[in-house]
Design a protein around this ligand. Sequence first.
Ligand SMILES: Cc1cc2nc3c(=O)[nH]c(=O)nc-3n(C[C@H](O)[C@H](O)[C@H](O)COP(=O)(O)OP(=O)(O)OC[C@H]3O[C@@H](n4cnc5c(N)ncnc54)[C@H](O)[C@@H]3O)c2cc1C
Length: 415
Amino acid sequence: MAKQAVVIGAGMIGLMTAYYLRGNGLDVTVVDAGEPGMGCSFGNAGFICPSLSAPLPGPGLVLQSLLWALRGDSPLYIKPQALPRLLPWLLRFWGHCNESEQDAGLAAMLAFNLRTVELFDRLRADGVVFEMHEEGLLVAFLDEQGLQREFAELRKIERHGFPAPQRLDRDAAQALESNLSDRVVGGVLLPAERHVQPRSLSLGLMRHLEQAGVEFRANTRVDGLDLRDGKIAAATARGEGIGGDLFVLTAGVWTRQLAAMANVRLPLEAGKGYSVTLPAPGEPFRHALYFGDTKVVLSQYRDEVRIAGTMEFSGYNTTLDAKRVHGLRKAAARYLRALPDERGQAWTGMRPMTPDGLPVIGRLPGVENAFVSTGHSMNGVFMAPVSGEALAELILDGTTRADIGAFDPRRFVRH
Ligand SMILES: Cc1cc2nc3c(=O)[nH]c(=O)nc-3n(C[C@H](O)[C@H](O)[C@H](O)COP(=O)(O)OP(=O)(O)OC[C@H]3O[C@@H](n4cnc5c(N)ncnc54)[C@H](O)[C@@H]3O)c2cc1C
C-alpha cells in the first residue's frame, strides 16, 4: 500500500510539494485552514525571477532599515509600535546583513533555481493549466548610479549559468516598453525571466491534484500534532485526527506555530507586502517590470495589471494600510507615462521570512516522520517547483539532486 502523506498548508509551497509527492506515487491529503491558495500565494506579483533571488539581509541594510522605519511609504518599513516584540528577530536579521553571507546565500539560491524555468515548462507539459508570460523582466531605473550598481549585482548571475543581463539606455528601454516615462534613465533586461498569474497557478494545481486523486480538506485548521515516540501519529483539527505516515509542514508564515506544536522553534516572521490590481491599460505592458529604485514591481496579466511591493515588519496581521497602497501607485506612476486611474483591488499578504533570508527545507529536527518547507520570503512562487521536487526526493530517497544544505532547518533549531 502507498504511504499516506499529510501536507499541512496549501499555498504555492504545499500545493507544489503535494504535486511531486503524488507524482511519485504517494497517497496525499492536503489540509488548509482556509481555501487553498488564498494566503500569501494569492495576490503576489508572480515573478519567476531566480536572477533577483539575493537574500534580503545585505550590506548597508541595518542603517537603511532604521532610517526607513521613520517613513511609512518606504520599501522596507518596521512599525515602531511592533519594534519591542520584533527586536530579538530583527537583531538576528541585522546580524546577517553583510556582503559575504549575502553572496553565499545568492550562490545557494541560484544553484538551487537553475532548473526553475524548466520545471515550470514541465508542469505545463504535464497538463497543469495556468497563465504564464515569457517575455522577460525589465528592470527600470530613475537614477544612473542605482542602475550601475544593480547591473553590477545582476552580472553575478552569469557565473552561475544564467543568461547575461542586457544593459539598456533610455531609448532602448522605451523601445521595449513604450509606456516608460522620460524620467527613466535606462534599465536592464533579463530575457529568460517570466511571470505567472498566481491564482491561475494555484487553481491549476488544485484541479490537477484533485484529478490525480489528492484529497483536499479546506477550512480545516490544524490546531495540534499528536506526538508519539518521536513521531507524529496524527494532525488534529477541532479534536478530529488526520492520520498519515508522514507530515509536511508548509503553512507559510504560520509554520512557526505548527513547528512549535512539535517543540521546534523556527524563527519565522511576517514580511507584509501589498499589491493593487487594476484593469489592463489599452496598450498592455510586454514585460514584467521591476522599478529598481523603489523595489516596486508590475505584472501584466491577460486581463489586469498588478503593482506589488513593500516589506513591512509589523507582526502577524493583514491590516491594509492605505498609505502603503497609495505609496505603491505613486512609485509606479513615476516610471510610467500613464497608469489606469481606477482605485483597483488592494491586497496584503504575509511573506514567511527567516533572519538569514533563506528558506527552510528539510526534515523537522527531532521528529522522525515530519518535514518542513517554508521561509521562501519574496520567492515562494518561483521556488515552489524546485522546493517541492527537492522535498519529495528527500522524503522518498533520503537524498536530493540539488544541494539544499544552505536551507537545512537545523541551522536555526533549538529544541
Ligand atoms: C506583495 C508580494 C509580492 C510577491 N511577489 C512574488 C513574486 O513575484 N514571485 C515570487 O516567487 N514570490 C513572491 N512573493 C512571495 C510569495 O508570495 C510567498 O513566498 C509565497 O506565496 C509563500 O507561499 P507559502 O505556500 O509558503 O505560504 P502561503 O501562501 O501563505 O500558504 C500557507 C497556507 O497555510 C495555511 N495554513 C496556515 N495555518 C494553518 C494551519 N494551522 N492548518 C492548516 N493550514 C494552515 C494558510 O491558510 C495558507 O493557505 C510575494 C509576496 C508578496 C506579499
